[in-house]
Design a protein. Structure first.
Length: 178
């Protein structure tokens, strides 16, 4: 039987945008032995706050315990668990790939198929930007290995809750025309 894929949960943590907050969050995970699969942080539209997206391996600690420990940190404002079917998750990849003149066309074609962009071109390599679901980036990375990956950087997942899909019900307006 094949090994089961690890179970991950995505937490969106709104924190005060102050020095040392990320260090305290990461320290909490390290002290408790919680395994972080992915971590991304950036300011929100309100400069007072930052959003930390943490993808946690729930085999290393129960999710409820992770949330309780996070809430104990003074700068944590709000924690939201984002279930995969209730969230929009994306990741960004920058990858420099060998692209000799004989294979450059194949690399460019794969970039187009995966809806990526070539952001830098050298004599024998190209740098590609690709955004999407983690599985899509995994697949692209695997295909690029055959050409030779020179350098690769991935951001880790970022996520927001999906928007409401049901339209609000309209009230019928009836009036008599006389």
């Amino acid at each position: 039987m094949a090994d089961a894929k690890p179970v991950h949960h995505t937490l969106s943590v709104l924190v005060e945008n102050k020095a040392g907050v990320l260090t305290r969050v990461a320290g909490l995970f390290a002290r408790r032995g919680f395994n972080i699969y992915s971590l991304a942080v950036a300011p929100t539209d309100d400069e007072r706050f930052s959003r930390i997206t943490i993808v946690v391996d729930v085999e290393s600690a129960p999710l409820e315990q992770v949330q309780k420990q996070l809430f104990k940190l003074i700068n944590v404002v709000k924690i939201t668990e984002l279930a995969p079917d209730e969230a929009v998750e994306r990741e960004l990849m920058l990858v420099t790939v060998s692209a000799e003149p004989g294979t450059r066309g194949q690399v460019i074609e794969l970039v187009q198929v995966f809806e990526g962009s070539i952001v830098d071109v050298g004599h024998d390599a190209v740098t590609v930007m690709l955004a999407g679901a983690s599985d899509k980036l995994d697949d692209f990375e695997e295909l690029m290995r055959a050409y030779g990956i020179v350098e690769l950087q991935r951001t880790g997942r970022v996520a927001l809750p999906k928007l409401e899909r049901q339209a609000p019900r309209l009230r019928s307006v009836s009036g008599k025309v006389g």
